[in-house]
Design a protein around this ligand. Structure first.
Ligand code: NDP
Length: 405
């Protein structure tokens, strides 16, 4: 039977699978015109690339097991269960970058990551399929702990189970698949960017400041996410969504889509004057400040609402005894952190100028996703907090962008 779960998720899956191949083909052809369809747009398997990719992927999983970084407890799940997560994503990214630098110094042609992008997307795609099928056929609903059962699957529909996953937190021992996949996508993004830079220098032997700024912005975003990995543990994808193929496609979606501006600037040798770069950098830093400070403010408040720094803040005490912040960042809009995220992505896309639409695709997708996410969170908070949420919304009228949304 074709359920609403299938109808909602099949288009997302197709986008998650088709878009990376399309972007890879565009990167290869160096033609970023949105509607000129590349002739090389098809999967391509290469044995050497596949072996190296799988070895690299296994290394990422091993790095998670290295006893570096704090182990924290995640959010409270059903039955009061809290899972442990090791926060060593930043360490893992640094190891990846050091490995990349050593490979460069040893004469390894690191630009190959960019040159073999379709082959990498193909093997990453196969790995995602393999993992999704292993999860589908090895997990039995009756054996899953209650806190891990995905409530929107496990209804005897195999297509639903494959798309959205039977389990919310599939683990091999301590290794949490979703958590490791998220950081692997981020590390892959950093390596792809460095590879574009290596290829640029190999081909042009000059400095492109637009490319350097574009890479710096992506790296700040990636490094910040991994440095503050404790926040990732709490996002809905980690604590509420199942681990099906539609979530696993993030593994290639993150590097390809987030890396689009850098690839565009690197391959087309696009350059902006210094004053534009300065404005973009300032705009990006404004977004970063909004994003980081608002996220920190909420997590510090949630961790200890009695912290003296909040003594002058106005709050609303809800019937469930949870407090909602009404002053500070959370008095500006109901999601100041989304606002910061949006500003950062828009700033990143500005580095590609306005001659082509395609490099702006990622910013467009992120803005749409965050605005849709605001609606989802609004409904959930309304159900959770009832009248108290209405009171909060009367005080803080804007969802994300003050006076606009
Ligand atoms: P939020 O961090 O905004 O969390 C929303 C929750 O915060 C609500 O459900 C509520 O939960 C609590 N809350 C809401 N209002 C208040 C208030 N006034 N005071 C205190 N607590 C409040 O959303 P997400 O988890 O979706 O996102 C986390 C971060 O991750 C964001 O910065 C987002 O930009 C980023 N993100 C980025 C993505 C990307 O691809 N770029 C994808 C996903 C997330 P409760 O009351 O139960 O605590």
């Amino acid at each position: 039977m074709v359920s609403s779960i299938i109808i909602e998720n099949v288009p997302m899956l197709l986008m998650g699978l088709v878009l990376p191949f399309y972007i890879a083909a565009k990167m290869e052809s160096e033609n970023y015109t949105l509607l000129s369809f590349p002739t090389n747009w098809r999967p391509r398997l290469d044995l050497y690339v596949s072996v190296v990719y799988i070895a690299w992927l296994l290394c990422q999983w091993m790095l998670y097991l290295v006893n570096v970084g704090e182990v924290i407890q995640g959010p409270v799940l059903k039955q009061g269960k809290r899972l442990n997560y090791r926060l060593n994503g930043f360490f893992s990214m640094v190891v990846n970058i050091i490995g990349f630098l050593i490979a460069t110094l040893c004469g390894f042609k690191v630009a190959v990551i960019f040159e073999k992008i379709t082959e990498l997307v193909t093997i990453a795609c196969l790995v995602q399929f393999l993992i999704s099928f292993i999860l589908l056929f090895t997990q039995k609903t009756e054996n899953l702990p209650e806190y891990s059962i995905n409530p929107v699957a496990n209804r005897g529909n195999i297509l639903e189970d494959w798309l959205v996953g039977k389990s919310i937190s599939p683990r091999i021992g301590f290794l949490d698949l979703k958590f490791v996949f998220a950081r692997t996508g981020m590390s892959a993004l950093a390596l792809l960017n460095f590879s574009v830079l290596a290829k640029y220098y190999e081909d042009n032997k000059t400095t492109n400041y637009t490319l350097l700024l574009a890479i710096a912005m992506v790296l700040v975003y990636t490094a910040d996410n991994l440095y503050n990995e404790s926040n990732i543990v709490y996002i809905r994808e980690m604590s509420r969504d199942g681990c099906g193929i539609t979530l696993l496609v993030y593994l290639i979606g993150i590097p390809l889509e987030y890396g689009l501006v850098v690839s565009y600037v690197g391959t087309t040798k696009f350059e902006l004057p210094w004053y534009c770069l300065l404005c973009i950098a300032v705009f990006f830093l404004l977004g970063y400040w909004t994003y980081r400070s608002s996220n920190n403010e909420k997590s510090q408040f949630r961790a200890n609402p009695n912290d003296p720094r909040f003594k002058d803040y106005e709050t609303i005490t809800t019937a469930s005894k949870t407090n909602l912040l009404v002053s500070g960042w959370w008095g500006i809009s109901r999601h100041p952190n989304y606002l910061g995220d949006i500003i950062m992505h828009v700033a990143m896309s500005f580095a590609a100028g306005f001659t082509n639409v395609l490099p702006h695709l990622n910013a467009f997708l992120i803005v749409s996703m965050l605005l849709q996410r605001e609606r989802l969170d609004f409904e959930e908070c309304k159900n959770k907090y009832g009248d108290d949420w209405e009171r909060y919304c009367k005080r803080v009228k804007w969802g994300v962008i003050p006076y606009i949304f």
